[in-house]
Design a protein around this ligand. Structure first.
Ligand code: GLC
Ligand code: CA
Length: 545
């Protein structure tokens, strides 16, 4: 039963930037409704939407103040119901984004807690400080910079927030909290939602005591915590969503934990997002320090995760892009001469892997980073905080802007590029976040009419997973190409064999791997498969060799 998502592909929508239906410069639910036919034309099965619930939008909706109501900025409950129904008619299911590690500080629960209501204080993680309350229980840093504890003078206590101070962490040890959250799931399930994405789910189980723990990143101390597997199993089984598609976002997790999260025997999730492969260009592990991608590391990570998951019955979400990542073509590909080839190669590499592929809006067009040149162009709380942190570290403004231009999350959040007209067809009004200049050439309209476009290539990639069980279900083994810039892997299933070879470089690359003749299922060069040497960013998929 639980295999029904294995030949599926998920399309991710960043609601605020997908399509604006009422001319206020902000994407909305009716905008999504108006584009469902386009999404259907891609061949995807599910849509994951980023949160559009009531929120003060300090972290663009990842700070929820009411889980069961729609932020008026995005529409109404009626719009939401209509959106679900319209998609269902097209055979597409929605996966809603559940932000359960924390709420907004404006959530009723937190407001009651702040007022000193003991019952609700126990919904969050309030602790006494050290030295008579002056210092937090442990010196931890939050993900968006700054300390992870906030002092509340009226209570003389500190509360934990792994992200912004406006995002207090929930206390999952409290069974009442777990019941409240189950109730949210049941609410959306009853509305016809077909699956769920769980935000930073491996951070929910906190240490029993904080005093005396090592200082440093709060994230690192809370990941894959002591009760996390129990909590997930309880949430999933008590709400009856085990047969639905579920994906947990796992921050700084381990392979062993991800196998446990996703092996059906454990009754937890369908799949996980892990992020190690998106850190191979972090210098010394620091997101805010630039370095070209380490391709040897990239191969090692994919080899280990893919092969081990396959051996131990785990299942991963496979992806390059989401609303927290810069655009992949700007990052591991080439925005210039080989824009098309490199975007297609990167797509091929992901879509032939073992796992469920996620396509992030605009990735199927080869959308690029934003190329902002002023701090005023940015919106994201993380970008703005880190800009100041970089300046404090003594880095020049220009250098800091260069880091942001490569790493800021806003690079992936610019409005969807629908056509070459005003505001890229996203809105009639100036959008909430500035468009990159290249929307006049990179857009849906332009790519619809070009048979050789990235868009049409993605459609083909998605359809192959439906046709070939070796893609959706096969085992995987990484191959040695004798060239660290060329990654190759083999999939096998009931006598069928599939080989994928991808050149991650903009040069001609020789490989020692010899590949016998076979049917070229897809290639980003017209006359595919010219082995021994690969052309810049060449990708070939050979069947039944
Ligand atoms: C996840 C979301 C990100 C958000 C964070 C805090 O990583 O994807 O956008 O800022 O969690 O909720
Ligand atoms: Ca709008």
């Amino acid at each position: 039963m639980r295999n029904n998502f294995k030949n599926s592909t998920v399309y991710q929508i960043y609601v605020k930037s997908f399509c604006d239906s009422n001319g206020d410069g902000i994407g909305d639910l009716n905008g999504i409704r108006s584009k469902l036919r386009y999404i259907k034309s891609l061949g995807v099965d599910y849509i994951w939407t980023t949160p559009f619930f009531c929120s003060p939008m300090i972290d663009n909706g990842y700070d929820v103040s009411d889980y069961k109501n729609i932020n008026p900025m995005f529409g109404t409950m009626q719009d939401c119901e209509a959106m679900i129904a319209d998609a269902e008619e097209l055979g597409i299911g929605f996966m809603f984004d559940m932000v359960f590690n924390h709420t907004s500080n404006k959530h009723e629960w937190f407001q009651k807690a702040l007022a000193g209501d003991k019952e609700y204080m126990d919904y969050y993680i309030f602790q006494d400080g050290l030295e008579g309350g002056k210092k937090p229980p442990v010196e931890w840093t939050a993900s968006f910079g700054g300390p992870a504890w906030e002092y509340v003078p009226s209570l003389n206590k500190w509360y934990l927030h792994l992200f912004d101070p406006a995002q207090p962490d929930l206390n999952w040890e409290n069974p009442k909290v777990r019941e409240e959250l189950k109730d949210v799931i049941r609410f959306w399930k009853a509305k016809g939602v077909k699956g769920f994405r769980f935000d930073v789910l491996n951070l929910i189980s906190k240490p029993e005591k904080f005093v005396g723990l090592p200082a440093g990143s709060a994230h690192r101390c809370c990941k894959d915590g002591r009760h996390v597997h129990e909590f997930i199993r309880e949430l999933v089984t008590d709400t009856g969503i085990e047969e639905m598609i579920t994906v947990g976002e796992m921050a700084s997790t381990t392979l062993d934990n991800c196998i446990r999260y996703t092996n059906p025997d454990n009754h937890e999730l369908s799949m996980c997002f892990s992020f190690h492969h998106l850190k191979v260009d972090y210098k010394d592990g620091d997101k805010w320090s630039l370095m070209p991608p380490d391709l040897r590391k990239l191969r090692e990570l994919f080899k280990e995760w893919q092969e081990e998951m396959s051996k131990h019955g785990g299942w991963n979400a496979v992806f390059w892009c989401n609303h927290d990542q810069p655009r992949i073509v700007s990052r591991f590909g080439d925005e210039g001469q080989y824009w098309k080839q490199s975007a297609k190669m990167l797509g091929t590499f992901i879509h032939m892997l073992r796992g469920t592929p996620y396509v992030y809006q605009g990735e199927e067009l080869g959308m690029t980073n934003a190329h902002y040149t002023s701090i005023d162009d940015y919106d994201d709380v993380e970008a703005i905080n880190y800009y100041n942190i970089l300046l404090q570290r003594g880095i020049s403004q220009n250098e800091a802007l260069k880091v942001l231009a490569n790493r800021a999350r806003d690079n992936g959040r610019t409005p969807m590029q629908w056509n070459a007209e005003n505001f890229a067809g996203f809105s009639d009004a100036s959008p909430w976040l500035k468009l990159p200049d290249n929307f006049t050439s990179i857009n849906v309209d332009a790519e619809e009419t070009d048979p050789d476009s990235i868009l049409n290539y993605y459609r083909k990639l998605i359809s192959l997973r439906k046709k070939y069980r070796v893609i959706s279900e096969g085992e995987i083994r990484f191959l040695d190409t004798g060239n660290e810039k060329v990654l190759a892997y083999e999939r096998t299933f009931e006598g069928q064999k599939l080989i994928t070879v991808c050149n991650f470089s903009g040069d001609y690359e020789k490989i020692s791997l010899s590949i016998p003749e076979g049917e070229v299922l897809i290639s980003n060069y017209e006359d595919g498969q010219k082995f021994g040497e690969l052309r810049p960013y060449e990708a070939d998929v050979i069947y039944n060799v």
